[in-house]
Design a protein around this ligand. Sequence first.
Ligand code: ATP
Length: 453
Amino acid sequence: MPAKNINDIVALCKRRGFIYQGSEIYGGLQGLYDYGPYGVEMMKNIRDAWWRAMVYERDDVEGMEAALISSRLLWKYSGHEAGFSDPLVECKKCGLRMRLDKMKDETKCDSCGTTDLTPPRDYQLMMGLSLGAVADGEINAYLRPETATTTFTNFKNVLDSVPHKLPFGIVQIGKAFRNEISPRGFVFRMREFEQAELQYFVRPGEDDAQYEEWKQTRMNWWITELGIPAEKLRFAPHEKLSHYAKAAFDIEYEFPDGFDEVEGLHNRQDFDLGSHTKGQGDFKIAAQVLENKESTVKLAYSDPQTGESFIPYVIETAMGVNRAMFAVMVQAYNDEDLGDGKSRIVLKLPPKLSPVKAAVIPLARNVPELLDMANGIVGDLRKLGLGRIELENSGNIGKNYRRHDEIGPPVCITVDHQTLEDGMVTLRHRDTMVQERIAATDVPARLREIVIR
Ligand code: ATP
């Protein structure tokens, strides 16, 4: 059974080194988190699973990585500078600042209940920078609030250097920054987070079918690659479409507090390339865009057959990597009653996502022969290149199993005195706690089968 309470996940993350509060030793800073030894491994595994499905297993998608800081002009023409804001309401009694659309009751303070509130005002979510010595304090650049815009502005670069016919896509995984009014839900709403986004460029007219296909592709990925059961996921249509969006659905996961967004899927029409292109008058742009006289490049596609030049439509899939990891942790968390008053907490992670792939444990500490044997197995397993393999040499086998249950390697391998005589080790399976004796020489093949299956 998945976690019933977010606090259980927060405690486990801190205890076992997945996620810590940012700036913790100075009292912490809201909405910012530091990822520890096992957190970085899991984030990497989720990124890898996404990149594999989106880039390596396709012919029509390229990857890129843009700078996190970009010119003010990108965010002027993307519409973010004027419009990327949330409605902010402040409580006049206790000073709490709230996002109007996320308040429990729009007429009352979430904390003290008073109705004495300020009228809503727009609150800019982007973090502005004054870059360089000559800037004199004025904002001339922004930390990006999404990866998408930096993909759009590189559309022509990528297309010129790696030619593609439509439809084709560009992906990025990387940090995004938003000065969220009220960060909440642990890593659910952060001020610095990571996105994995696809912008898929299609011919106008083929956009509806492509949108439907991507909806299914992405939902399947959540089920097959992240191991989330289908009944814990759903599509939720946006109640109000942005002016540029033709269609917008979220994929939602059922967290302990209810269903909430983990990925957004949008048909953005020609809004983005149309907003950033030079010579807007040369094209029939369907979306409503800001007049742009500052762009230096035409962000258009030339049809190789007809020679016609037009602005493609964009289908976007935008996942939060931190939210994905959070959902996977919630789903994998099990508090198991083992009978006789005993219990264990175990993370039943899909092996590909586990931060540690196997722990090798010499049964007794300080026995050189056992340690040598264990180190030999560790070396063989590391050669497989599956990820982190740990040598656990602290001696107490029961404690070691509990620790690794909470970290989530699919198997522990124990080397004991008998191993020195017959070359057999104990393979203990995390989920079932079943133990089997197998030859040490067979361990690498077994582990590969377990992790790659
Ligand atoms: P929300 O409605 O929750 O503010 P959004 O609709 O603005 O999110 P998008 O701009 O579509 O989100 O971003 C795509 C994905 O990025 C979201 O589905 C989510 O997983 C992730 N994301 C967005 N904002 C945050 C945040 N503040 N902290 C962590 N992840 C986020």
